[in-house]
Design a protein around this ligand. Structure first.
Ligand code: DX5
Ligand code: ZN
Length: 230
C-alpha cells in the first residue's frame, strides 16, 4: 500500500482535438499518472483509441501512463501496448479465456518490461475470480461502474472489493475507476483504495489544479479514517 494516494485523470474526458495541451494541463495540475482507456467495441460497447495514439500520448507525456485495456484477449495486444512504455498495463480478468490465459497475460506484460502489471474486474465479477492472481500482479483496478463510458455514478456495492483485498492482507495498489469525485473519493480511500482514476470530475473542471489539490486533501483525511491505510 502506498502511503500517498495516486491521482490519475482519465483522458477519456479530455478534449481529444487538443490532446497534447490536455495532457500538459493535467501534468501542471499535479496529476501522478495519465489514465488511458483503451476500448475495442467488443469487450465494452464503446471504441476509443489504439496503439498509435497511445504511443503518441506517451511521447507527449512527462508523467507515467496508466493504461487500462478494455479489450478481448488482451494477451494478443500486450506487446503492441507495451511499446508505449507505460508504467502500468492493466487487463480485465473477464477478457481472458480462463485463469491460465490470465496468468500467461501477466507473464507477457512482465516479459515486455512493463514495471507494473494490473488486473481489473467489472462490477459483477467477484473478487474471488482474481484471487489466484494476487501473488503475481502489482495493482488491482476495481471498476466502480460498468466499463465503457465516463460520467457514471459509483456503485456502492463495489467498495466491498477494496475492503476484501485489504482484509486478505493484500498490500499492492488498489485503484478505483468510475464515478470518482470529491463526494465519493473519501469512501473509496476508506475502503482501501490508494489510486484514484477520475475523468469527468477532473477534466471538466476549469481549474484542475484546485480540483486535484482538493482530491489530495480529502484523500489524506479519508486515509486517516481508514484503519488499513498506513
Ligand atoms: C470507464 C473508464 C473510466 C472513465 C471514468 O469505463 O474506465 O476510466 O474515464 O470516467 P468518470 O471518472 O467520468 O466516471
Ligand atoms: Zn479506466
Amino acid at each position: 500500500m502506498s502511503p500517498t494516494v495516486r491521482i490519475a485523470p482519465s483522458i477519456l474526458s479530455c478534449d481529444f482535438a487538443r490532446i497534447g495541451e490536455e495532457l500538459r494541463r493535467a501534468e501542471a495540475a499535479g496529476a501522478d499518472w495519465h489514465h488511458i482507456d483503451v476500448m475495442d467495441g467488443h469487450f465494452v460497447p464503446n471504441l476509443t483509441i489504439g496503439p498509435p495514439v497511445v504511443e503518441a500520448v506517451a511521447k507527449a507525456a512527462s508523467i507515467p501512463l496508466d493504461v487500462h485495456l478494455m479489450i478481448e484477449r488482451p494477451i494478443d495486444w500486450v506487446a503492441r501496448y507495451a511499446k508505449a512504455r507505460p508504467e502500468v498495463l492493466t487487463f480485465h480478468v473477464e477478457a481472458c479465456a480462463g485463469l491460465d490465459e490470465a496468468r500467461a497475460t501477466v507473464r507477457a506484460v512482465r516479459d515486455a518490461g512493463v514495471p507494473k502489471v494490473g488486473v481489473s474486474l467489472r462490477p459483477g465479477t467477484a473478487i474471488e475470480a482474481l484471487e489466484p492472481l494476487l501473488d503475481v500482479v502489482d495493482l488491482v483496478l476495481v471498476m466502480s461502474v460498468e466499463p465503457g463510458f465516463g460520467g457514471q455514478g459509483v456503485r456502492p456495492e463495489t467498495l466491498s472489493k477494496p475492503r476484501r483485498l485489504r482484509q486478505l492482507g493484500w498490500r499492492g495498489i488498489v485503484e478505483i475507476d468510475g464515478g470518482v469525485n470529491a463526494s465519493t473519493l473519501g469512501s473509496c480511500v476508506e475502503a482501501g483504495c490508494d489510486a484514484l482514476v477520475a475523468g469527468s470530475a477532473l477534466y471538466n473542471e476549469l481549474d484542475m489544479t484546485a480540483a486535484i489539490a482538493r482530491f489530495r486533501s480529502l484523500a489524506a483525511q479519508a486515509a486517516q479514517r481508514g484503519s488499513h491505510v498506513a
